[in-house]
Design a protein around this ligand. Structure first.
Ligand code: F6R
Length: 365
């Protein structure tokens, strides 16, 4: 049932404040200002020397964001790869170590094969899955569920934001266990998490502006997405969402990589979507935007008012996001990233819920 939405994807984008809120309620002791994981862990974060993460597609990008969180909050080194590479590369994995797999469906063939490989190496396996009865959930030593509810649209939206939510909770729990954050820092992180559903709801109100912008993006043959830090995986996710439902060629890049190649593509016909909350590395991204502007590139800034003022650049459009704690920015910024792809594809008359050549659950290699 799509409710009063035209597509499941629209419904699922709009549902995010609610399902992220529900997921948070499952992982956060609100009164205590701390994370309370819904189940016991069969390993100790404090004893890990590294964490291996594997997943496919959008779930892989959630894992890339989580790498920043685990490394900064819990000082836990993270190795991450797409599951189709992990399974055949057969990386050396320490017995007693931890592999984390992320999957909406819990049935993705490559992710399942990587999970089985990790188990065969004597690793503990922790899965973040949306379907609790799935094969991946059943075969993992521990499951941390996302409470997104059934996701029908082929392009993952609400499962992604719920994956990010669970992964941040896990990184905070790991930080506490490893003594890299104190109770005050944990409370501050929890306070930031609690603001997320409201901020996502606020972000959805930009929809009319995104619809107008989508008409411009629809004219492009190629679109570049740039971001730094946790906004880098969000740039990758933005490009994936746009290409899979609008069939416009899109690439996501770490903003700092611009001058190492992609800058050659910049001209007035290539929109450059810059994902840039006003965080500690914002100034670095501004210099990349200046490089784009100097070559006549059309910048679409997805940022906040402070950032837009500090950048002081002419943009084709600025999607002004609410102020967010930079730690939780990827979860909130998922909304504009998804809306851009959705409205571009709808304007172009594409079947956003059933894009060509794609299946919701990829159970074969
Ligand atoms: C993109 C998308 C896919 C999936 C990928 C993994 O919008 O939906 O990239 O994220 O096929 O699927 P799961 O999470 O079911 O393992």
């Amino acid at each position: 049932d799509k409710g009063n939405h035209r597509h499941f994807m629209a419904k699922e984008i709009h549902e995010q404040p609610e399902v992220v809120g529900r997921t948070l309620a499952h992982y956060v002791d609100m009164a205590g200002g701390r994370i309370a994981l819904p189940g016991p862990l069969p390993f100790e974060f404090a004893k890990l020397s590294r964490l291996s993460i594997t997943a496919c597609g959008t779930a892989f990008y959630a894992g890339l964001v989580a790498k920043y969180w685990f490394e900064t909050i819990a000082r836990l080194p993270v190795e991450i790869d797409v599951a189709s590479e992990t399974r055949y590369r057969e990386p050396p994995l320490e017995s007693g170590g931890l592999t984390l797999v992320i999957s909406q469906s819990g049935e993705t063939a490559d992710t399942l094969a990587s999970l089985r490989y990790a188990k065969a190496q004597g690793q503990h396996t922790l899965s973040v899955v949306n379907v609790p009865t799935s094969t991946i959930a059943r075969e993992s030593s521990a499951v941390m569920p996302t409470l997104a509810g059934p996701e029908i649209g082929v392009a993952s939206t609400k499962a992604f934001s719920c994956q990010l939510t669970v992964l941040l909770c896990l990184a905070i729990a790991a930080g506490r266990a490893r003594g890299t954050i104190d109770a005050a820092r944990e409370r501050a992180l929890v306070d930031a998490l609690i603001t997320v559903p409201g901020l996502m709801a606020e972000s959805v109100t930009m929809e009319p502006q995104v619809e107008t912008l989508a008409r411009e993006i629809a004219k492009a043959r190629d679109v570049l997405y740039l971001g730094r830090g946790t906004s880098y995986p969000m740039a990758l996710e933005g490009a994936l969402k746009l290409k899979e439902i609008s069939y416009i060629h899109a690439e996501g890049y770490a903003a700092g990589e611009l001058k190492h190649g992609p800058i050659a593509l910049i001209d007035e016909s290539v929109p450059v979507i810059v994902i840039a909350p006003h965080d500690a590395i914002f100034e670095k991204t501004v210099s990349n935007m200046q490089e784009v502007a100097a070559r006549g590139g059309k910048i679409i800034l997805v940022g906040d008012a402070r950032g837009a003022a500090a950048a002081g650049l002419d943009t084709l459009a600025t999607l002004t996001m609410p102020d967010v704690d930079p730690v939780v920015a990827p979860i909130v910024y998922a909304v504009p990233v998804q809306l851009i792809a959705y409205h571009t594809a709808v304007f172009m008359g594409k079947d956003v819920d059933q894009p060509r050549n794609l299946a919701k659950s990829v159970t074969v290699e």
